[in-house]
Design a protein around this ligand. Structure first.
Ligand SMILES: NC(=O)c1ccc[n+]([C@@H]2O[C@H](COP(=O)([O-])OP(=O)(O)OC[C@H]3O[C@@H](n4cnc5c(N)ncnc54)[C@H](O)[C@@H]3O)[C@@H](O)[C@H]2O)c1
Ligand SMILES: [Zn+2]
Length: 629
């Protein structure tokens, strides 16, 4: 911190040494130019003084010359006012510069400890330093920049510097009027430094007397209450994690996993890891675990497995609190600590659960996700959320916690059921529908290949969807969903409810497809989305093989209202306040609405069911024809 302040001072001094003569000449000629002004021209003079003094903080402006000129030409009162305003604006500019540089410079140049020290120093020095240094060249600039850097309470900063500037402006006015024959610069300096120093010493003396006598007045208590309210705990946390794509991760020639694990940087010894694997993966590829162990053996110098891998149940069944217990116990018994890496391999449900456990065990341990379903590779496994279901609500308990790394191994998808391959494509349609008409076009043009699960098309769809998903998280300014908007949850208010209503028979992706279709019908019903755009969405989902109705939707409450509508209230509660649902205004453009009209939603839902039944009838007819022929 001291080094940084010294650099700021050096910069100011050097710029003065280099440019002071030029600046003095320029200001003097500007002054003689402006001195002839009268009447409304005086306002220009006033403005000139304010601007000069405001930028004194970054430019080598001879402030005492400008100030003396202001008082001489504008008169004592307007002159002093222009000096006061200019100096005070200059303080704000300096504070702002310090505040910005704190973010840009100190986070790079200063360690956490150094920044802590800087704040302590500023606290100790308090406002006294700001007042004392106000009239001292170079230190005046440095002290306000430093105040910004340590985020000295702005209101207090403004009050102190305004008062000190008032004093300074008054001193200039006095000197200019009554001491014309003395050296004005040194007179002002002496007056502006000496008198505040005396005042500050008197204040300290008074504080000392008060504390010795133990006499704490009500105003002291009020003052400390104000200070407590203004303490700012502000810091920035930088997150970065790679999302990589690979094929056959345990092939002896594939070093992708090794490279990622070495980023954990445990020096001097092999990186300790544990492996937690979805039962679905192991069932379909019985030698998968053995291959993993051989891989670790092959690279034993750098990485090692702490004990036997843990195989866990896949699918929604794992997303419950009772399952997290087993995971905590496994981590505990293998003495997993914050230097180790947990490698989780599985579908979205396993990754959500292991992710939650890793985020909370020892207050957060490193998680390397290896998503094993289409949906996990393009959505669930690449983002920053985790969670388990609880108290009848989906994802009720969870955290926002970025992973250490993500490694998408396409070869894991070879064993995935057609149903699960298709389900994952719903998230690709979702992100295209709200964010990218280009990707939507691509999905339409490749729907046939995707429906046939062709590798090339599936891989592109996954990678592009993951990219758009990550862009939304990293670039939209709300990675941890502090605001109400949830664009990535398009179609999800109904989807989450439908999953629960079907007792998780309906896959997440299947439910999202239905949720999007329902919201598209509703958007058309309220005149937001054109018929042709809605038709494009419905046709794409149908071409990808999604059924746009589920029997669980035929459940109603005692008032005859579809049960799925309760998903809106669940969603509102999850957002915590105002409802905010993303709807489409056209393909590729998501918009937020805050009210859903249940009567119109009912009309939309009936229309969706009717069209679905018509589609099923057409399909079974064409099936009969093909059987006959
Ligand atoms: N955290 C997030 O941001 C986020 C985003 C979207 C979805 N999700 C969650 O993800 C879950 C859905 O994930 P999903 O669609 O991946 O399904 P899933 O995790 O429920 O898995 C479906 C089935 O596939 C099996 N399986 C997994 N990998 C396999 C493989 N390679 N071969 C054969 N079978 C395999 C599983 O054992 C399971 O039976 C939901 O709980 C949803 O809430 C989370
Ligand atoms: Zn989803």
């Amino acid at each position: 911190m001291l080094l940084y302040c010294a650099s700021v001072m050096a910069l100011i001094i050097v710029s003065f040494l280099l440019f002071e003569q030029d600046a003095l000449q320029w200001v003097s000629s500007a002054i003689s130019e402006l001195s002839g002004y009268h009447g409304s021209g005086l306002f220009l003079l006033f403005l000139f003084v304010v601007i000069m003094l405001a930028f004194d903080i970054i430019l080598p402006v001879p402030s005492s010359v400008v100030a003396m000129f202001a008082v001489a030409v504008l008169g004592p009162l307007p002159g002093a006012a222009s000096v006061w305003l200019g100096l005070t604006l200059g303080c704000c500019v300096g504070y702002w510069l310090g505040d910005c540089s704190e973010k840009w410079i100190s986070t790079r140049w200063l360690s956490v400890k150094e920044r802590q020290k800087a704040r302590q120093l500023a606290d100790k020095m308090g406002g006294g330093a700001l007042i004392m240094m106000r009239g001292v060249p170079v230190l005046a600039e440095t002290s306000v920049i430093a105040a910004g850097m340590v985020q000295y309470p702005f209101a207090k900063f403004l009050l102190l510097t305004s008062l000190a500037n008032g004093w300074l402006a008054g001193a200039f006015a006095y000197v200019s009027l009554y001491s014309a024959e003395s050296d004005p610069f040194f007179l002002v300096l002496a007056g502006s430094v000496l008198i505040p120093v005396i005042g500050w010493l008197l204040q300290k003396l008074w504080q000392g007397v008060a504390s010795v006598s133990g006499d704490v007045s009500t105003s002291d208590i009020q003052q400390s209450a104000i200070e407590i309210q203004t303490i700012k705990a502000r810091f920035t946390v930088h997150y970065q994690y790679p999302v990589c794509f690979t094929h056959d991760v345990f092939s002896p020639s594939n070093s992708d996993l090794l490279t990622l694990l070495l980023r954990a940087g445990q020096e001097g010894e092999a990186q300790g890891c544990v492996l937690i694997v979805d039962q679905g993966v192991v069932n379909e590829t019985p030698d998968w675990l053995e291959r993993a162990q051989v891989y670790f053996q092959q690279h034993h110098q750098y990485i090692h497995l702490k004990g036997q891998p843990l195989v866990v149940e896949g699918g929604e069944a794992i997303k419950q609190a009772s399952q997290t217990d087993k995971l905590y116990q496994y981590l505990l018994s293998h003495q997993v600590d914050r230097h180790n890496v947990v490698i989780a391999v599985g579908g979205g449900a396993v990754l959500d659960t292991v992710g939650y456990v890793c985020a909370t065990f020892h207050r957060g341990i490193k998680l390397l996700r290896m998503p094993s379903t289409v949906l996990a590779q393009n959505d669930a496994g690449v983002g920053v959320k985790n969670g388990v279901n609880g108290y009848g609500s989906k994802n009720l308990i969870g955290t926002f916690c970025p992973p250490f790394a993500v490694l998408n191994d396409f070869s894991l998808l070879n064993t995935l059921s057609h149903r699960d391959r298709r389900a994952g494509l719903a998230e690709a349609v979702k992100v295209a529908a709200i964010r990218s008409v280009g990707f939507f076009d691509w999905l339409e043009n490749n729907a046939h290949s995707l429906n046939a699960f062709e590798d090339k098309a599936t891989r592109y769809a996954i990678a592009r969807c993951a990219e758009l998903h990550i862009n939304q998280i990293t670039l939209a300014g709300d990675p941890f969903e502090a605001g109400n908007a949830r664009p990535l949850d398009y179609g999800h208010w109904a989807a989450h409810k439908l999953e629960a209503m079907s007792h998780y028979e309906c896959r997440h992706g299947e439910a999202v497809a239905i949720g999007m279709a329902l919201d598209a019908y509703y958007a058309t019903e309220i005149g937001l989305l054109g018929q042709s755009d809605r038709q494009r969405l419905i046709q794409l989902l149908t071409a990808l093989g999604f059924a746009l109705w589920h029997p669980a939707l035929d459940q109603y409450d005692e008032l005859g209202q579809p049960l799925v509508f309760r998903g809106l209230e669940d969603f509102r509660q999850h957002l915590g306040g105002q409802l905010c649902v993303t709807l489409l205004s056209s393909v590729g453009v998501g918009v937020e609405v805050h009210d859903i009209d249940s009567d119109r939603l009912l009309i939309a839902m009936r229309a969706l069911k009717r069209d679905h039944q018509a589609e099923v009838a057409v399909q079974s007819e064409s099936l009969t024809w093909s059987e006959v022929s």
